[in-house]
Design a protein around this ligand. Structure first.
Ligand code: FES
Ligand code: FES
Length: 150
């Protein structure tokens, strides 16, 4: 399979019976891609697939041939974080952290594609990402803070 991962072109042999979540986490080492439910419910495994947030546990790895993938690792770096990543730190929007990479992937998409989204729309758009710790409000505040800084 040929695909782009975090802006790097790759050509790999991929086992046909594994999910994209397992492939990215276990074989590529993109540890931001977490397996929570493995049934498309929790969003911990969210990645951008051709610029759309998807649950990677619901995608078979061979389906990524020709696709463009971005994980939380590809959104920013420690020295140049994505505005949403920086705002999560500034707003203390992280507790245990398990949901956070997937949440940041989704909120970065909202940041880029729905900059005028209301609180209600933000809640609807992030409804596929479950968080057991925060109650979601710090993460919504972080998104709004990121908007005001750009
Ligand atoms: S592990 Fe994919 S949605 Fe939960
Ligand atoms: S910070 Fe713990 S599940 Fe979200």
């Amino acid at each position: 399979m040929s695909f782009r991962l975090n802006r790097a072109q790759r050509s790999e042999e991929i086992e046909p019976n594994q999910t994209l979540c397992d492939y990215l986490h276990d074989e590529v080492g993109t540890t931001s891609v977490k397996k929570g439910c493995d049934t498309g419910e929790c969003g911990a495994c969210t990645v951008l697939l051709d610029d759309m947030p998807v649950a990677s546990c619901l995608v078979l790895a061979p389906q990524i041939d020709g696709c463009d993938l971005v994980t939380a690792e590809g959104l920013g770096t420690k020295s140049a974080p994505h505005p949403v990543q920086k705002a999560f730190v500034d707003k203390d929007a992280v507790q245990c952290g398990y949901c956070i990479p997937g949440m940041i992937v989704t909120l970065s998409w909202i940041f880029e594609h729905a900059p005028e989204a209301s609180d209600a729309e933000i809640k609807r758009l992030m409804s596929g990402n479950l968080c057991r710790c925060t109650g979601y409000l710090p993460q919504i505040e972080a998104l709004k803070a990121a908007r005001t800084r750009t």
